[in-house]
Design a binder for this molecule. Sequence first.
Ligand SMILES: [Zn+2]
Ligand SMILES: [Zn+2]
Length: 140
Amino acid sequence: MSSPMQGRCLCGAVHYRIEGPFRRFMLCHCSRCRHATGSSHASNLFCKPDQLQWLSGAEQVQRFKLQEAERFGRSFCRTCGAPVPFVSEDGTYVNVPAGSLDDAPGILPQARIFCASRAVWDDASMDAVPCFDAYPVDIS
Ligand SMILES: [Zn+2]
Ligand SMILES: [Zn+2]
């Protein structure tokens, strides 16, 4: 995939650009990622800090470092709370939340990690859950 790619937070205040390619794409089921996303897993793309450029809202980016964790941290928009790229403390990598990209990342997930920490409802039976392109008409 040729670059660049762009992404943003939910409210649009934070807008960024990534000069590809991404190096890794991991789906992480660890409990930290589950709590941080409120979902079954985090979809984490990785690149180097010099590939990231904030286009707007850099001052809106709030960092959060989990004290007891060696590496775990998150960045999010102060206004809408949506995850945005997190530059590691030591400046060696950037974790880009895949869902925040507006463009295709040019890479497919390479691995699911920390699967032992999967939510109990997130197992192989998920493949059998019906898919809809939007809300099904009978949702209540
Ligand atoms: Zn926002
Ligand atoms: Zn994780």
